[in-house]
Write a protein that binds this ligand. Structure first.
Ligand code: ATP
Length: 241
């Protein structure tokens, strides 16, 4: 359903961040993108969601389509309307707003009050801890809870494909397990997920298929179960000989 073909992205003249990357996310699938710092993972998600830094980042070749419709170079709002919603790195929640207000802010695209309320109740069913804290200000939540809130807010837009940028970053192992469970639940509810992670173990455990990026190229691509623990994976990803 999401097709990225031969995508190249540069920042200004000097930095070629992606070089001919091709990747597919099938309907209902969870696809992981792994790679070390600077490999181009965030750039890939930003190119898909239309949020490359203005005046600097640009797609200079290739294409991105979703159900056959072209997404490349379109406005972020059009891309959200097409059903593709990004949750950026670093849990950017509105700290002074309550949990409930954060979710309301995410209800873009919902037509009326009733459908917005229904969306909120669905999201609370997936995140019971957020339901318990719905009137608390977001900045008082733990790091893990803020990450859950960032994901929950993304779900409020009713995406068919959710783009997650390093949701496990900086979280304790126990909380990473909770994030993994949430990814599985989102997928079970019929939303596809493109998951960017440095935590390879977590990403391979929840995804069907994985791509490893290195220096802006796809270095390796396999079913996740084959990659987990493979020597190839260690060589490409961790740079072991
Ligand atoms: P990280 O995990 O650190 O976010 P990443 O794999 O997501 O790494 P990107 O952030 O996509 O990597 O960066 C890819 C390349 O593009 C790097 O060389 C980086 O320095 C460069 N880059 C990223 N953003 C910009 C920008 N706004 N201006 C110039 N160069 C950039």
């Amino acid at each position: 359903m999401l097709e990225i073909r031969q995508l190249s992205v540069r920042y200004g003249r000097a930095v070629q961040a992606l070089r001919g990357v091709s990747l597919a996310v099938p309907a209902g699938g969870v696809v992981a993108v792994l790679g070390s710092n600077g490999a181009g993972k965030t750039t890939l998600l930003r190119a898909v969601s239309g949020t490359l830094p203005l005046h600097r980042g640009s797609i200079d070749a290739g294409d991105v389509t979703f159900d056959g419709a072209r997404l490349a170079r379109r406005d972020p709002a059009d891309i959200v309307a097409a059903g593709v919603v990004g949750v950026p790195e670093g849990r950017r929640v509105f700290g002074r707003l309550t949990v409930d207000e954060n979710l309301r802010a995410g209800a873009i695209g919902a037509r009326d009050r009733r459908s917005r309320t229904a969306a909120r109740e669905r999201v609370y069913a997936t995140f019971p801890r957020l339901a318990e804290r719905r009137d608390q200000r977001a900045r008082l939540l733990s790091g893990g809870e803020q990450q859950m809130l960032a994901i929950a807010r993304g779900l409020m837009a009713g995406p068919r494909l959710l783009l997650l940028d390093e949701p496990s970053l900086g979280l304790a192992p126990r909380v990473v397990t909770q994030v993994a469970d949430v990814v599985r639940q989102i997928s079970a509810q019929g939303t596809s997920v493109l998951l960017v992670e440095q935590n390879a173990a977590m990403a391979l455990a929840v995804s069907d298929h994985a791509y490893v990026l290195a220096l802006g190229r796809v270095a390796l691509e396999r079913p996740s179960a084959e990659l987990a623990g493979s020597a190839e994976m260690r060589r490409v990803y961790l740079g072991e000989a």
